[in-house]
Design a protein around this ligand. Structure first.
Ligand SMILES: NC(=O)c1ccc[n+]([C@@H]2O[C@H](COP(=O)([O-])OP(=O)(O)OC[C@H]3O[C@@H](n4cnc5c(N)ncnc54)[C@H](OP(=O)(O)O)[C@@H]3O)[C@@H](O)[C@H]2O)c1
Length: 314
């Protein structure tokens, strides 16, 4: 079935991978984020894959912008069948060393704007007699880690909001709310984050690809589920956090510094918390080997070995 799907956060990472995935399935796409040029690129990628797609540059934290986005979907495609919300920003730093306005904008973007999206989507679904909302949480909505207080607070809040909406949706047949909770994913979010810690962040291993999360999101649109976890260690981390909180708290700081931060120094900066950086936007963040480069490297090495063997043959 062809659906009209709004994707908020479509210019980078998981949102962009989701747009590509849904374009391949023939869905009609309404693509939104702040960077107009990157958004046009994503729209063109989706059209090249055979999908009908429009780009609507907007900021999810701006009053009225989310309603205007839903109106654009109605004008272009007659309504909204599903909404995938992936827009978010991140900030690294001790809570007491992070500027209050940065902390607040992270919470505004990652939690309050998600609530605005949910409000608008649910209103449209109710009028249309159904629809599916996919929110993107994180394993950090179930556990905590130091130096990411705004992000963690927002993701815990989103967890509570999603569960509440799911309970209320029992009264509105046809309306589904899914929460997809990734662990570490190879996206640009780590380098785009604000930073007051002095070292650039990185996704701690094991790292999933954004395409894998995108497939989980697309699957939720086909068969809505309450919560989907993507990440091999998510269950282990939740178990440790819940059952052994003392041990967890002793280990999480050193592990975060070891596996969650690079050695690359960085001066304090706001990242993309207030303004986008189109130069840093892509599907992948470069933390996993690029499959195309691996194939080329393996192919090149195989060709070299084959020609060396041929030279030695009589
Ligand atoms: N990457 C991970 O390891 C990971 C792990 C767990 C959960 N997640 C969650 O997955 C979701 C996607 O993250 P990602 O890693 O794909 O991040 P990403 O690559 O940085 O993409 C974030 C997207 O959000 C958009 N955005 C940010 N602020 C916005 C605003 N105010 N208005 C509209 N759009 C805005 C960005 O575009 P513009 O800057 O152009 O606006 C971009 O398209 C987030 O909810 C994140 O918390 C990610």
């Amino acid at each position: 079935m062809t659906r009209t799907v709004v994707v908020t956060g479509a210019t980078s990472g998981i949102g962009r991978a989701t747009a590509r995935e849904l374009a391949g399935r023939g869905d009609r796409l309404v693509l939104a984020a702040r960077s107009p040029a990157t958004l046009d690129e994503v729209r063109d990628e989706c059209r090249a894959a055979g999908a009908r797609a429009i780009a609507v540059p907007m900021d999810v934290t701006e009053p009225g912008a989310v309603a205007a986005l839903a109106d654009a979907a109605r004008t272009e495609f007659g309504g909204v069948d599903a909404w995938v919300h992936t827009a978010a920003v991140m900030s690294y730093g001790r809570f007491d060393e992070t500027p209050a306005e940065v902390f607040e904008q992270v919470v505004r973007t990652d939690l309050l704007a998600a609530a605005t999206v949910a409000r608008e989507a649910l209103r449209r679904f109710r009028d249309a007699g159904g629809g599916t909302l996919v929110l993107t949480g994180s394993v950090l909505g179930h556990i905590t880690a130091p130096y990411m207080s705004g992000y963690v607070a927002a993701k815990w809040g989103l967890q509570g909001l999603a569960r509440t909406l799911q309970q209320e949706a029992r009264e509105t047949p046809g309306v589904a709310i899914c929460l997809v909770n990734p662990g570490s994913v190879d996206t640009p979010v780590y380098r785009q984050a604000a930073n007051y810690l002095g070292r650039i962040g990185r996704p701690p291993p094991p790292i999933a690809s954004p395409e894998r999360v995108a497939r989980a999101i697309a699957h939720c649109l086909d068969r809505p589920r309450r919560e989907v976890s993507v990440g091999r260690l998510n269950v282990v981390m939740r178990f440790g956090f819940t059952v052994l909180p003392g041990v967890y708290d002793v280990l999480v700081g050193p592990l975060m510094r070891l596996a969650g931060l690079t050695r690359t120094p960085v001066a304090p900066h706001e990242g993309v918390v207030f303004t986008p950086n189109s130069a840093g936007e892509a599907v992948r963040g470069g933390w996993l080997p690029d499959p195309a480069r691996v194939v080329r490297a393996v192919g090149g090495r195989a060709a070299t070995v084959a020609s060396a063997v041929r030279r030695r043959l009589p």
